[in-house]
Design a protein around this ligand. Structure first.
Ligand code: B4P
Length: 182
């Protein structure tokens, strides 16, 4: 199975949910930039205070902050890994490349989880995290289309992209992902 992976998709598509399942089953390091940022926020660090203001509006945290978090967590990594919610724009995608070259661990596959807006908004409203209110969710969806969706073509051209339909229940989506990686 491929074991150096990126998970891409709109907010609420199930990146975090599926990444947790797959990494547990296959003993991969699960790095969620969203989770790592939320840890900084709840610890009240300087970085966390900066990030909270941005996350509460549904905007993207600065590339500099996110990249330093990813670099810190990936260096010295010898097992497989799964990056969930990163990269979120072309700057992050391009910055990731030299970092992976340095550790000689190229990406093996990019999983794109897709679902329609109605489902995404419903799931996120039900989840009810601090940044899950309708106005902020709509902003996150817009930012996804504007900044993150161009990565679909970026990784497709590199022959790495695998699209998976994420509308169905968790176990069905998990099965699709596993099949795409075999
Ligand atoms: P993230 O933490 O990445 O969260 P997300 O995109 O909103 O959700 P995800 O797709 O992981 O959905 P989940 O599985 O939880 O981002 C939050 C914020 O952090 C961003 O807005 C940004 O500010 C910041 N950030 C993160 N990374 C960044 C980066 N690289 N650069 C800059 N800023 C960054 O699923 C959602 C809900 O749906 C859950 O309740 C789940 O239980 C449910 N669900 C999942 N799959 C389902 C299914 N198949 N059926 C029914 N329900 C399902």
């Amino acid at each position: 199975m491929k074991e150096r992976l990126l998970f891409l998709g709109p907010p609420g598509a199930g990146k975090g949910t599926q990444a947790a399942l797959l990494s547990k089953k296959n003993h991969l390091l699960h790095l969620s930039t969203g989770d790592l940022l939320r840890i900084e926020v709840s610890a009240g660090t300087v970085l966390g205070k900066k990030a909270a203001l941005i996350m509460d509006k549904g905007e993207l945290v600065s590339d500099e902050i996110v990249l330093s978090i990813v670099q810190k967590n990936l260096s010295g990594q010898s097992q497989g890994w799964l990056l969930d919610g990163f990269p979120r724009n072309l700057v992050q995608a391009k910055a990731l490349e030299p970092l992976l070259e340095e550790i000689m661990q190229p990406i093996q596959a990019v999983i794109l989880i897709e679902a329609n807006d109605e489902i995404l908004v419903k799931r996120l409203l039900e989840r009810g995290r601090a940044d899950d209110n309708e106005k902020v969710i709509r902003n996150r969806l817009e930012i996804y289309r504007d900044k993150t969706a161009p990565l679909i073509n970026y990784y497709s051209v590199k022959g790495l992209l695998k699209s998976v339909k994420g509308n169905d229940e968790v176990n069905i989506v998990a099965k699709r992902i596993q099949e795409a990686l075999n």
